[in-house]
Design a protein around this ligand. Sequence first.
Ligand code: ZN
Length: 397
Amino acid sequence: MGIAARYVWASLSLLAAACAGAPPPPAGIGVLSEARVNVAECRSASVSLHFDFDGAAPSACAVRGERAFELLVTPEHAPPINPSPWYAFRYSASGEGPVSVTLRYLESGHRYAPKLSAGGEWRDLPAEVSEDGKTARLELPPGAGMVAAQELVVPADTASALARWSKASGAPVFTLGTSHDGRPIEAIRLGRKDSPNLVILLGRQHPPEVTGAIAMEAFVDALAVRASSLGGVQVVVVPLLNPDGVVRGHWRANRGAVDLNRDWGEFTQPEARSVKAWLDALPAQVRPVLMVDFHSTARNLFYVQGNEASESQAQFLAAWLGGQEQAYPGYPFTLEPRNANPGSGTAKNWFHQTYAIPSYTYEVADTANRAATRAAAAALAARMLEALAAQGGKTPQ
Ligand SMILES: [Zn+2]
């Protein structure tokens, strides 16, 4: 039997469904979950690979030999899709010698350097990448471990972070709404509910963008310990906007096959809509003054307003991020002014246009040094509060 024929093609049937324009299944367990069960395992006599945990993508898996496997890394819906080829699996290998796993990319090339967790910290796992980037071969040590495109940060980790912020600040975690699959879209408010100046922090619209999540966690840690001294500012944090995509190992989309960061304005999806509904219900004396949305890309940068920024918005940018580009060891960044592209559907664009406020995308490099990312985020959080205070309690419109 040929290699192709031995693949478990469950994930391709999903692609076919997406191509046909099939509407997403209603909330609850549906086609995707069954596919995950179908591809939950791939084994030889001495080695098994599993895809049965939050963050594992439903990769098609082929057995190439007793200790050799091949995974087809495919997106959750038909192209075009942002090339963020996520993969995650766990393995168990008895006997001697390494296990070879070849990642074969469909609709993308190799992007994420693999990480291995074998009963401890995540560490880089060398990969032999083909010249065209279409395959990457990994050698796994015998024993058991977990391999992923980036460190796994799944809803259980976000729940731990929310609990920590709640403990540090005394603020309760609350729910804005639910995802397609019925997972809660959770939030926490740091500061007083009646403080007039609202800062909104968004995270994880795009599932593979783990370094953005790492930065956000450190950023909010730094704010949570200052929650009692925020003055006229309240910070509402929505750390996990796309829980279904994270759990299902998506490259980009939510369960509705939509890029959530193109849904701000239309609000066709329950996840972004839950934030909009919450904003619409704010009391009149509270208004957004700043939005920051955490993501990952090739390098560290902030997308900020271009010449559309008002004078006070430009002053706020200068006070917060101006001159800081080289200030944090191991975390250099650039400021990238981008005028709103009308109808782009990004959170950055929508918040700027709707509330006339500074609205930034905080992009962390895929390969950013994790400790430096955390340190810079903590410092930038403190500096953000100083910059807001420097506006004299006025909203930076
Ligand atoms: Zn993103």
